[in-house]
Design a protein around this ligand. Structure first.
Ligand code: DGT
Ligand code: MG
Ligand code: MG
Length: 254
């Protein structure tokens, strides 16, 4: 068929193919969820309904895009890791990013009523997205460790902060001042001595975030702490992904 006189405009498109053989990570993050969580009266510091809805949206993405082999989520963010050798969309960055981000967002809205049966979604939420590619297994493990360390640091801070406000009767500024320069051990001590909270016994989903892995990558005889099978070839687990134990036992990313 003859080309139209307008066809030349295609030559203005930029190539955005990602380097072959590297780990592709797509991370999405809720836009202004500080406001979104306030508007929807989320429980502080963690609202399990929202975290479960985030997990449901991530599972939906992984069921649709089979080249994603694992993902990790905490707070209002999720990271999706593509198979190193993926050829999906010829590894075009914009295709990979926009497909993940839009399916995640539409799932978040679509399944909202299942997790918040009594609360109307007040306005359309959105998620930003970025792609980072990592050349080595160590880089990828360090990336996942970075996100889980972020979860740990924020969750310990927020748990202590909200205990001081909600149970300790401090105003937000006083609570912030009290823990501003404390290290982890001191926050643990405040929680235990003032509120009888043993941080180690807090919900693992809050402390560690959620890791989702394809069952085929996970050796059956390995115990997953709190692992939940979704029935669609995926396992959800709230486990430590910073240490070597999980990776060594499964023989991946070593
Ligand atoms: P951004 O990402 O730059 O558009 O801005 P935010 O406000 O989304 O900031 P971000 O992503 O750094 O922090 C996530 C916010 O979401 C933070 O203010 C706490 C809130 N959030 C996330 N999960 C929960 C939850 O389960 N309960 C409550 N109360 N807040 C949550
Ligand atoms: Mg955000
Ligand atoms: Mg965030």
């Amino acid at each position: 068929m003859a080309k139209s006189a307008f066809e030349y405009v295609k030559t203005f498109e930029c190539s955005d193919q990602i380097l072959p053989n590297t780990w592709i990570v797509v991370r999405i993050d809720g836009k202004n969820f500080h406001k979104f969580s306030d508007s929807h009266k989320f429980k502080k510091p963690n609202d399990k309904r929202c975290l479960d809805l985030m997990n449901k949206s991530a599972v939906t993405v992984m069921n649709d895009i089979k080249d994603i082999i694992m993902s990790y989520g905490q707070s209002d963010e999720y990271s999706f890791i593509f198979e190193r050798s993926t050829k999906l969309y010829k590894r075009r960055l914009s295709k990979l990013l926009t497909n993940v981000c839009s399916l995640f967002t539409s799932s978040f809205v679509f399944f909202w009523k299942d997790f918040f049966p009594d609360d109307t979604l007040l306005y359309p939420p959105s998620f930003d997205g970025r792609v980072v590619c990592y050349p080595t297994n160590k880089n990828l493990r360090d990336y996942l460790s970075w996100r889980q360390a972020d979860c740990h640091i924020n969750n310990l801070y927020n748990t202590t902060f909200w205990a001081l406000v909600q149970e300790g009767g401090l105003c937000r500024a006083e609570a912030e001042k009290k823990i501003r320069h404390t290290v982890s051990a001191e926050k643990n001590e405040i929680l235990f001595s003032q509120f009888g909270i043993n941080y180690n016994e807090e919900n693992a989903q809050f402390k560690k975030g959620t890791f989702i892995i394809r069952e085929k990558l996970h050796k059956k005889d390995i115990e997953m702490e709190n692992g939940i099978s979704t029935g669609s070839g995926l396992i959800l687990a709230f486990l430590d992904i910073i240490g070597n134990k999980f990776w060594q036992k499964n023989g991946i990313l070593n």
